[in-house]
Design a protein around this ligand. Structure first.
Ligand SMILES: [Zn+2]
Length: 65
């Protein structure tokens, strides 16, 4: 599950309880609240969202300073 915080940045959250406290260990992630494993699919989605954000920031900030 992916959340977006008010600044538009993605946050990885637990699919089971929606908690955003995620413990990431060696490519695997576990929820702090309920202990469920965060699926690889969710992590991949989160990484895609980060890339999208980076792209957006690139376009928005290109050469304006
Ligand atoms: Zn959870």
């Amino acid at each position: 599950m992916i959340f977006y915080n008010p600044t538009g940045a993605p946050e990885l959250a637990c699919d089971h309880c929606g908690c955003r406290w995620v413990d990431r260990l060696k490519g695997k992630a576990y929820c702090y609240e309920c202990g469920e494993e965060i699926t690889a699919e969710s992590i991949a989605e989160f990484q895609r969202a980060l890339l999208e954000l980076a792209k957006k920031n690139d376009q928005a900030g290109g050469g304006t300073t």
